[in-house]
Ligand binder design. Structure first.
Ligand code: SF4
Ligand code: SF4
Length: 343
């Protein structure tokens, strides 16, 4: 199944299934559940697995399954948030241990969000120097960069010879399309689309994935947390090429129900010092407002150990969110609406 669809990841020489595996949601699964999901994905031909040192046990969960397969069957991408060389090298060693491998195909500077972080990574003794050393030692094959802000990523690509760039690309987030993608393509970089479903904002997942691929991604990395999603995501490959007018109209219809800024479930804001499951609370809120499942959403919110009412508005999550989403304000409003709804 899907034997002939592997495409080049830029000029790296790596051949990827355009449907990759985003490693954030497996953090929510038990080891047994993630074992089953990862095995299913591999057996269906998915071969690009993206994780990060920042995704708690995601590297460990991937390593225990991937290491059971021949090494050429899969491509591992992981990342470090460290901007200094010492910690970046330490993150890489930890990743190698958890991923149970002696090399990582693609190691990325995770979420370069501004000039300062870029300069820290580029500086002598910075993360990139350490990653280049690791590359010489054969511990990394390629070095990539990830981020949410196309202008910052443009600067990064002009400052260092990255092999890949990872950026949000979906029907709602197309800021990378006019400049970053053409520049990256011209340079022969691999393009990895993160958040292709905008954090579950789109219900027609294969259509959302088709959009990101048609817009220029070599590989999309939807997060998965259920076995059925691996096969469902792969159906996006059944209709390659540009989307028709009807498809675009369907995406536009889904977009209408979304607020200007909303949670993409990336979990960069975690952990909340008060123990709130922030992204899940945003999901429940979406079910309450967008899908008119008020009773369902409120019952689940009520049964959580920590919910909207437990937010102390410390704003730690706002500082860590790449979209600067004002979760404390949103949670306060949600709490007020829910309490009125119950009367
Ligand atoms: S503002 Fe609320 S949700 Fe955000 S980190 Fe603080 S307590 Fe948690
Ligand atoms: S609130 Fe922001 S950081 Fe947290 S999961 Fe949502 S988008 Fe990601």
């Amino acid at each position: 199944m899907y034997e002939d669809i592997y495409v080049p990841l830029g000029k790296t020489g790596l051949k990827v299934n355009p449907i990759g595996f985003g490693g954030i949601p497996i953090q929510r699964l038990t080891f047994e559940e993630s074992d089953k999901l990862l095995k299913t994905a591999l057996d269906l031909g998915i071969n690009f697995f993206d994780s990060s040192r920042a995704y708690t046990d995601s590297e460990e969960k991937m390593g225990r399954v991937l290491s059971q397969y021949p090494r050429h069957k899969y491509i591992i991408a992981s990342k470090t948030f460290s901007r200094d060389g010492k910690n970046a090298a330490a993150d890489l060693e930890t990743a190698l241990k958890y991923l149970k491998t002696d090399y990582i195909d693609l190691y990325q500077c995770h979420n370069i969000a501004g000039e300062e972080q870029l300069q820290q990574s580029l500086a002598p003794g910075g993360a990139l120097e350490a990653l280049q050393n690791a590359q010489k030692q054969g511990k990394i094959r390629f070095i990539g960069v990830t981020g949410h802000k196309p202008p910052v990523l443009m600067k990064a690509l002009k400052s260092f010879d990255f092999a890949t760039v990872q950026v949000p690309l979906n029907y709602i987030e197309q800021a990378c399309v006019p400049e970053l993608l053409p520049y990256a393509k011209e340079k022969g970089l691999g393009i990895i689309a993160m958040k292709p479903v905008a954090g579950s904002a789109f219900k027609n997942v294969p259509l959302a994935l088709r959009f990101s691929l048609a817009a220029g991604a070599d590989v999309v990395i939807p997060g998965m947390d259920a076995v059925y999603q691996a096969a469902e995501n792969l159906t996006a490959l059944e209709k390659p090429g540009p989307l028709g007018a009807e498809d675009l109209a369907a995406l536009e219809e889904e977009k209408k129900g979304l607020e200007e800024n909303f949670c993409r479930r990336c979990e960069y804001c975690m952990p909340c010092p008060q123990g709130l499951p922030i992204s899940f609370l945003h999901v429940l809120r979406a079910y309450f407002f967008r899908y008119n499942l008020q009773g369902w959403a409120m019952e689940r919110a009520h049964n959580l150990p920590k919910s909207y009412k437990d937010c102390i508005e410390c704003r730690e999550c706002v500082k860590k969110c790449p979209y600067e989403l004002d979760s404390p304000r949103i949670f306060k409003e949600t709490r007020e609406v829910m309490s009125k709804w119950t009367g």
